[in-house]
Design a binder for this molecule. Sequence first.
Ligand SMILES: Nc1ncnc2c1ncn2[C@@H]1O[C@H](COP(=O)(O)OP(=O)(O)OP(=O)(O)O)[C@@H](O)[C@H]1O
Ligand SMILES: [Mg+2]
Length: 401
Amino acid sequence: MAKPSRYQGYFHAFRDIIRTMHAHDQLDEVLALVVQKISEVLHAKGTLLRLLNQDTDQFEVKAAYGVGEKYLSKGPVNKEKLLILPNEYSQILQITDIWNAPRVEYPQQAWDEGIRMMLDVPLGVRKEMIGLIRIYLPEIREFTEDQLDFLLTIAEQCACIIERVRLSENQRTHYFHMAAQLEKMSSLGRLAAGIAHEINNPLTGIMLYSTSLIKKATADGPFQDGLQVIIDETRRCKTIIDGLLEFSRNRSPERTMRNLNDIIKSSLKILDNEFQLHHIKVEEKISEKLPAILLDANQLEQVFVNLLINAIQAIGDRGQLTVETGKTPLHRAFVAITDTGKGISREHMKTIFDPFFTTKADGNGLGLAISHNIVHNHGGDIQVTSKVGEGTTFLVSFPFT
Ligand SMILES: Nc1ncnc2c1ncn2[C@@H]1O[C@H](COP(=O)(O)OP(=O)(O)OP(=O)(O)O)[C@@H](O)[C@H]1O
Ligand SMILES: [Mg+2]
């Protein structure tokens, strides 16, 4: 019988890992197998896999094999600690002096566990380090190029699968969020429509009588100021009710073949004065290659004006607004509106599309709810990305054929 080659172990480990990667959508299971197989094939004491949490910028333990509890309880590691050398995403770092390596946080514990050498194998996607596999060895060893290549190949595959699973998880979350949002919108819409109609009639009565009374009240008499307050406040209620009716009407769009570029340009024109007044520089990156889409131009203009007004309000005074249009490889035409305003906190991010959610003293909280409805009635989508203190991007996109 042929003697097994020294690479057979590596080959089997590689095959098992690749099979599991393609058969599972559960990241935990894939990562658990990766650390186990690496430990076994290298006869290591153990292996730890950390992934970068983008919100906290820390590397968190996601899978471990053969590593003591004491070691695992150490918690996340700061990004700076692990990204000391440039180009680390493509090289394996061999740590032979664990006492003096700056990236080994707990040398004493490592020594007590019988660890004498460590290998840091980076997990990289598009030149970004998204994680790190650390292998713990019981003695100092020399590694051949082939062995290091094996580890880098596993890491490459692992990084790809992490990206794939994360993407599908994000899409799933986005889908559920959208479904919940639509449900909430439609029940609120029905409720709002009923209330709005009931309130609209008495408001018209109040408006009629108060405007006729104020004409009869003497300018310096006791009723003038009070009546003016009634008129102003009633007008405010009417604005809210009109917004509510607009939101709940949910009328189906009257579509014609239109180019998004024309609609965003006319929306920008409407607000020209506002931009100047607030010293906001507007940059237009308009793609001339946008296809025409079936759209209700009036409704879409309302959406863009809402988004632009929000951007102006977020900037306050002095800032930049960038409007970009284009098409994606997935046959969607998009308009992206980016401001350098105050941004939206993570907490608010969940509720900005809810009707009546506002952080403004004089806001109604209906602009985004209405815009969301209109865009979804067109089969489109609105997405937001934001960083507090830096700015916000609203991306509105529609499929085209
Ligand atoms: N570009 C933006 N930058 C920062 N925060 C934003 C931005 N756009 C929306 N928001 C947040 O989302 C909330 C909801 O926006 P929405 O347009 O629905 O209501 P509003 O602007 O408060 O009131 P209105 O009904 O007058 O539009 C805002 O109050 C604000 O907190
Ligand atoms: Mg608004």
